[in-house]
Design a protein around this ligand. Structure first.
Ligand code: COA
Length: 260
């Protein structure tokens, strides 16, 4: 499978999707959004792929935003469709039952920051820079940024960054909880793969149920979240992986999960 604006590498149950427009700092144009949509559909149906990493090509950028040459042509009518289209594709990432890690290797601005925010885990290189600079262009974030940034780092801080358009350097991003871990640039992908690999050797049914339960945090009350957790916990206990995991512990050996 090949894509005009993405590279796809699959190894050891982990897919690495690289946005490949380095001369435009991996700005997300319509083709890139369509390619992301399509690669997500493909990976969803690949039963042998357990984890996904998204990164950017080159050394400067994860993605420096939506493509401003396209933004420049928007009017009130097609801008709404534009925003909803990006939101729908990024929602697909958030709703994916395979963990998606953003390996942020440089600028993650505007739509690039929103792409990282939609991922389940964010790892970053020492030169990563985040930000929602849309107000500098006379617009607001349109791919979920106002909602996800506020939920992740709190509304007051999101107000500050979205209203000033200031960039957030990687240490500040770490302090804010925007990124989980920081690595030297040349070690970022290696470490993202190591983390994905750790997830890939677990029983995948448990991974899917844990993600489903965690995803509910932003959508339901604590009480309903706990009901969901109890139901999913119970479903885990009906799997072969549960028997294997608990038996392996008691027999003092490593589990071999069959994802059943
Ligand atoms: N859309 C379209 N093209 C973009 C882009 C974007 N979001 N971000 C960068 N590019 C292009 C530049 O136009 C330039 O193309 P050119 O070589 O054909 O002129 C190329 O990528 C390199 O960018 P450049 O600005 O020369 O790099 P820099 O290192 O001087 O600056 C940034 C890097 C990220 C600070 C700067 O590119 C920038 O501010 N980009 C826009 C960020 C933004 O507002 N994003 C939100 C959009 S909603």
């Amino acid at each position: 499978m090949s894509y005009k604006t993405l590279l796809l590498e699959v190894k050891d149950h982990v897919a690495v999707v690289t946005i490949n427009r380095p001369d435009k700092l991996n700005a997300l144009n319509t083709q890139t959004i369509n390619d992301l949509d399509s690669v997500l559909d493909t990976l969803k149906n690949e039963n042998d792929i357990y984890a996904i990493i998204i990164t950017g090509s080159g050394e400067k950028a994860f993605a420096a935003g939506a493509d401003i040459t396209e933004l420049n042509k928007l009017d009130v009518v097609n801008a709404k469709e534009f925003s909803e289209r990006g939101q729908a594709v990024f929602n697909k990432i958030e709703q994916s039952d395979k963990p998606v890690t953003a390996a942020v290797n440089g600028f993650a601005l505007g739509g690039g920051c929103e792409l990282a925010l939609a991922c389940h885990i964010r790892l970053a290189s020492e030169n990563a820079m985040f930000g929602q600079p849309e107000v500098n262009l006379g617009i607001i974030p349109g791919y979920g940024g106002t909602q996800r940034l506020a939920r992740l780092i709190n509304t007051g801080r999101a107000m500050e960054y979205i209203l000033t358009g200031d960039m957030i350097d990687v240490n500040e991003a770490f302090r804010l909880g925007l990124v989980n871990r920081i690595y030297p640039a040349d070690k970022l992908i290696e470490n993202a793969k190591i983390m994905a690999g750790k997830i890939a050797i677990k029983g995948q049914q448990a991974i899917r149920y844990a993600m489903k339960s965690l995803r509910a945090v932003n959508e339901v009350s604590l009480k309903d979240g706990q009901k969901l957790e109890a139901s999913l916990f119970a479903l885990c206990c009906g799997t072969e992986d549960f028997k294997e995991g608990t038996n392996a512990f008691l027999e003092k050996r490593k589990p071999v999960f069959k994802n059943k």
